[in-house]
Design a protein. Sequence first.
Lengths: 252, 82
Amino acid sequence: MEILNSLSVFNSFPLAELEVGQHFYWEIGNYSIHGQVFLTSWFVIGLLVLASLAAIINVQKVPRGMQNMMEYALEFIRDLAKSQLGEKEYRPWVPFIGTLFLFIFVSNWSGALLPWKIISLPEGELAAPTNDINTTVALALLTSIAYFYAGFKKKGLGYFAKYIEPTPVLLPIAILEDFTKPLSLSFRLFGNILADELVVAVLVLLVPLFVPLPVMALGLFTSAIQALVFATLAGAYIHEALEGHGDEEHEE
Amino acid sequence: MDQLIPAASVIAAALAVGLAAIGPGIGQGNASGQAVAGIARQPEAEGKIRGTLLLTLAFMESLTIYGLVVSLVLLFANPFAG
């Protein structure tokens, strides 16, 4: 904690606060939860629900405005799922992959675009929900559950054959893979978003005006790419569970 | 003794992210070079190559990010700083 205190110079400038590891705790029962993550997550969820409602409230044959945008988003997600899962099996997984993509995308951009810092909390600060490791771990574990479900639903217990498929020698590595997948998914997203915010905060501390703008633009770009990467990888893992290391992988 | 742990943590954090940047740097350079060569050879495939390139660059970048996560843990959530 001494290291953290020595960095308290960061707190002297109001827009460049660095409060990694400080949270706005809520006590619910025996658990203490990170309130700032919940607040921003609810905001993101509310935004998405409102956008969806605005899109379907008055459905036209020729889409305009919000409906047009949401149809574009749906088409994008469908193409993403189709390119990963293949023509035959992508359909049931569009909602899952789309939810992941939209939630992560809107969270990342809300952290980068909205001036959360003007709302001050007693402790910690509002930022993108995805810069808390718990959020990204939850999303990554959801992905793990999803691909196990996909594999079991398709092949039943024969799903376990994939662990010893080429040769049983690789069994430990195949088991290890199930742990490294959520680990790398969650660390990738968490690290990228937190790194973006840290770089912007440090630059704002050094030069408050105009100079951080290109880095902010780069941050927007990487945030969008990371949402895409997360959704793509979720699709790829599900596809792997559906197909195994089998022969029909080149059919697409 | 009290000063040793912060000093070692800061050095370790710098080394973690610095060393983690070497490999992905080489890899990203290779990938980008090959992509440019591919575009020069087949300019009509530029859109497809660019999309794939950005995705692969993000994957490589995440390796550096793992090092960054380690250094962030050392700086802000150090388990040894008592």
